[in-house]
Ligand binder design. Structure first.
Ligand SMILES: Nc1ncnc2c1ncn2[C@@H]1O[C@H](COP(=O)(O)OP(=O)(O)OP(=O)(O)O)[C@@H](O)[C@H]1O
Ligand SMILES: [Mg+2]
Length: 265
């Protein structure tokens, strides 16, 4: 059951493996509402694995630990149930759906989440009428400074890196989750795409919402001021601090930390 006194999101001693190879080796992280957290770390340290495990990707096996959303362990829940609870994971949705427009896809996603939330609180009407949805979408696109023609494009078909990010951020704006976890895996992201992500996060950040940004771009943090920065090395968060930690990394690199925290071979 959801416990409103518990922290919004609490990851405790999380271990996960793929094909018997342990990748996450005891991750601890607490996120309260209103907080923006950045997770940085060298290639292969387990950042995307963490995002995948939280999204419920069945390829990964959780072997120990928990991830609780207001006290409720989410690791056994289906990805769509996680979404209904108010957790947004950037890549839980199909990347290309030929013949489905942005607008239609978003309406389905939003309707599903809203209906489930409404049903939980005993309201059977739920959902969102098409006209109401269009109004909401226009409002969000204005907030995010997106062109209205974007809504009629087919989902991710021929989208540039920046447009994919725009679609993701628009989806985030419409779903209004309590917690958003964004994995900036695509090393091909140009500065425009980074701006889309950062402007979007800044426009949507509120005292009610928490963000986890997984990135190795110190550049992203020039545009978004996280409250906390965490460094992941070899499947553990080895250091946490404020924004200054990201700057320190930029200057010194990971070598010193790696030498200090890596398992000897
Ligand atoms: N599906 C998979 N199959 C096999 N090995 C995997 C898989 N996913 C992750 N791994 C391994 O787990 C380790 C951590 O990978 P992960 O993608 O989580 O790192 P990362 O911190 O996100 O790296 P990057 O900064 O390059 O995005 C790597 O050694 C990787 O090869
Ligand atoms: Mg990654």
């Amino acid at each position: 059951m959801v416990d409103s006194n518990a922290p919004m999101f609490e990851i405790e001693n999380l271990h996960a493996s793929i094909e018997d190879k342990e990748i996450l080796k005891g991750v601890n992280l607490t996120i309260n509402k209103g907080e923006i957290h950045a997770i940085m770390g060298p290639n292969g340290s387990g950042k995307s694995t963490l995002a995948n495990v939280l999204a419920g990707n069945p390829v990964y096996e959780v072997t120990e630990g928990s991830a609780r959303f207001y006290g409720e362990d989410i690791l056994e829940l289906d990805p769509d149930v996680r979404a209904q609870l108010g957790i947004f994971l950037a890549f839980q949705y199909p990347t290309v759906i030929p013949g489905v427009s942005m607008a239609n896809f978003l309406r389905m996603a939003v309707t599903n989440v809203r209906r489930a939330r409404a049903e939980k609180s005993g309201d059977t009407t739920g959902g969102l009428a098409p006209r109401e949805f269009r109004r909401l979408m226009k409002e969000k696109m204005k907030l995010l400074k997106m062109d209205e023609s974007f809504a009629t494009r087919y989902l991710n078909e021929g989208f540039s890196g920046g447009e994919k990010k725009r679609a993701e951020i628009l989806q985030l704006a419409l779903l209004e989750p309590s917690l958003a976890i964004l994995d900036e895996t695509d090393s091909g992201l140009d500065i425009d795409a980074l701006r889309v992500v950062s402007d979007g996060v800044n426009a949507l950040a509120s005292p009610e919402m928490g963000f986890v940004l997984i990135t190795h771009y110190q550049r992203l943090l020039n545009y978004i001021k996280p409250h906390f920065v965490h460094i992941m090395i070899e499947g553990r968060i080895v250091q946490s601090g404020g924004p200054e930690l990201a700057l320190e990394l930029e200057a010194k690199g990971y070598e010193k930390l790696r030498a200090e925290f890596a398992t000897p071979v």
